[in-house]
Ligand binder design. Structure first.
Ligand code: FUB
Length: 329
């Protein structure tokens, strides 16, 4: 009898403590910002088969940037880390500065485009590469054994690529640092660059004030081209945009959509945009620097809503600490 009493009181104690845990930590209602722990920059948000994915740069000393982690979520609020989806072991020519992934699902596979080595001239080995995997969590393996773009063309450092698929199925890549942006046309297997109809390979499409981090989305037949301005190591990094009727531009600058807020964070930039399941439901994913931080690499990945006005212009983004509410496909 005594033994039964002990078991009963143990069970009651246990369920009471479970109850206490439940009431003291209510379910998370918003993502919070930053979305996940750690210094991560240049986040590429994508939706694969109804699941949200974010592929950021690991923000650290260049020599430590030899891998990338990814994060997935079914609701934008709860995120799961996938460590080292791509790693130095699978890119023979990578030395350092593995930067700014762009990831697409095509041909039954996943393609991760990356910048590597931060080349400063055409004698250095590095540039934009492409790795392929059967799964969005990798492992991504370098597909070419060398860069896809390894030269400085039109003054554009070969970094910060973004791959855009137009409605006709054609893939274009926009890329470039050092205040110049080029676009190239990709082959259907996404492993080579092919000439445009006029025979050229590289078209410079640099908008006014452009620095780096290009991004493109299409909405209601219009091409929204976005990019980062300012210096990424400082507080005034920001995002601006243009609207065009064609993927080739011209990209006439309209204005800034994301910038520092003295109440929230500095250095907000290098973003991407994803569409939620709603008719006109958009999210901007970007990095920013907490107010108490000044370090170059102290960059954290955040998410907030992005809205268009009734005339199709993008409204300035309000950065928050709450982040966004759950939204499932
Ligand atoms: O994270 C490395 C570099 O910082 C990126 O390539 C730039 O766009 C800037 O965000």
């Amino acid at each position: 009898m005594k033994c039964r009493k002990i078991i009963l009181s143990l069970m009651l104690g246990c369920s009471a403590s479970l109850y206490a845990q439940t009431v003291s930590s209510p379910a998370k209602e918003t993502s919070g910002n930053p979305i996940f722990e750690g210094w991560y920059a240049d986040p590429e948000g994508v939706v694969f088969d109804g699941e949200y994915w974010i592929y950021p740069t690991y923000s650290a000393d260049y020599d430590a940037q030899t891998f990338m982690d990814a994060f997935s979520s079914t609701d934008l609020v709860h995120w799961k880390k996938h460590p080292k989806v791509i790693d130095k072991a699978n890119i023979s020519w990578l030395r350092r500065a593995l930067w700014a992934p762009a990831v697409v699902q095509a041909n039954g596979k996943y393609y991760l485009f990356f910048g590597a080595n931060d080349i400063q001239n055409n004698d250095e080995l590095g540039g934009i590469g492409v790795a392929v995997a059967d799964n969005p969590a990798g492992p991504f393996k370098d597909a070419l054994g060398k860069p896809l773009i390894d030269k400085i063309v039109n003054g554009a450092q070969p970094i910060d690529q973004f791959v855009f698929k137009d409605d006709d199925g054609q893939y274009y890549m926009y890329y470039g640092g050092w205040r110049h942006c080029n676009m190239v046309k990709l082959s259907p297997d996404l492993l080579s660059v092919v000439p445009f109809d006029d025979g050229t390979i590289y078209k410079e499409v640099t908008p006014e004030n452009y620095v780096e981090g290009p991004f493109m989305l299409k909405r209601n037949g219009k091409y929204y081209f976005m990019w980062s301005e300012g210096g990424w190591g400082g507080p005034d990094y920001c995002v601006a945009y243009a609207i065009a009727d064609s993927p080739f531009g011209p990209f006439k600058r309209i204005g800034k959509i994301l910038q520092q807020d003295p109440e929230v964070a500095t250095g907000a930039g290098h973003h991407s945009v994803i569409k939620g399941p709603g008719k006109d439901e958009w999210y901007i994913i970007y990095h920013r620097r907490p107010l108490n931080e000044t370090g170059r690499d102290s960059r954290a990945t955040c998410i907030d809503r992005l809205y268009f006005d009734e005339n199709g212009y993008i409204k300035p983004v309000k950065m928050t600490f709450e982040g966004v509410k759950a939204s499932k496909y």
